[in-house]
Design a protein around this ligand. Structure first.
Ligand SMILES: *[C@@H]1O[C@H](CO)[C@@H](O)[C@H](O)[C@H]1NC(C)=O
Ligand SMILES: *[C@@H]1O[C@H](CO)[C@@H](O)[C@H](O)[C@H]1NC(C)=O
Length: 165
């Protein structure tokens, strides 16, 4: 009896340890090659969905492109006059999608009219069971389950197995 109860406890602990892991995988990093003469209108549908807390990382060549966050009107007219944020230095720009809304980005160098603009709608909640969603959606997945958290889970499972036997 006692052994049986312990086995059930061990199982519960193991399940909890595993269930806790996806929490660390909910933020995704989406890398985008931000290039002139590119039409990005299909990019969000191909790479999304996007959730609050995800990151967009624009890779671009300074002097050839910039990343200007605008409102819907600025996006529609390719007009950067009322920029919300403006980034043009370095080689990449990481932007956290920290609200549930639609974000608009354009390049102010004229390429916006050729499609170099991006409308990203973020959704509120990550999917309840993320195993499939946890897969890498871009070049890198810096916020995937860290080796440390996997190690903790492994240690937890190991410890409960030790207690069982
Ligand atoms: C972005 O900021 C730079 C430096 O402050 C400025 O020269 C440039 O005009 C700005 N671009 C836009 C589109 O607002
Ligand atoms: C970009 O692609 C979309 C969808 O394929 C198309 O509707 C749109 O006209 C294109 N934009 C430009 C500026 O070519």
């Amino acid at each position: 009896m006692e052994t049986g109860r312990k086995a059930v406890c061990a199982l519960l602990v193991a399940v909890c340890a595993c269930a806790a892991l996806p929490a660390t995988t909910t933020a995704n990093k989406f890398s985008i090659n931000w290039q002139p003469n590119t039409n990005y209108s299909d990019w969000p549908a191909k790479h999304g969905p996007f959730y609050k807390g995800d990151w967009l990382v624009f890779y671009y060549t300074a002097g050839q492109a910039d990343v200007i966050q605008v409102d819907a009107a600025g996006y529609n007219k390719c007009d950067a006059t009322n920029a919300i944020s403006n980034y043009s230095k370095g080689r990449n720009y990481a932007f956290e999608l920290n609200e549930t809304k639609t974000y608009y980005f354009i390049c102010s160098y004229g390429y916006c009219f050729g499609g170099m603009r991006l409308a990203i709608k973020t959704e509120k909640l990550p999917p309840p069971s993320p195993p499939a969603a946890a897969k890498d959606k871009s070049a890198a997945a810096p916020f995937a389950a860290s080796p440390a958290s996997l190690l903790f889970a492994a240690v937890a499972v190991h410890a409960t197995l030790l207690r069982m036997f």
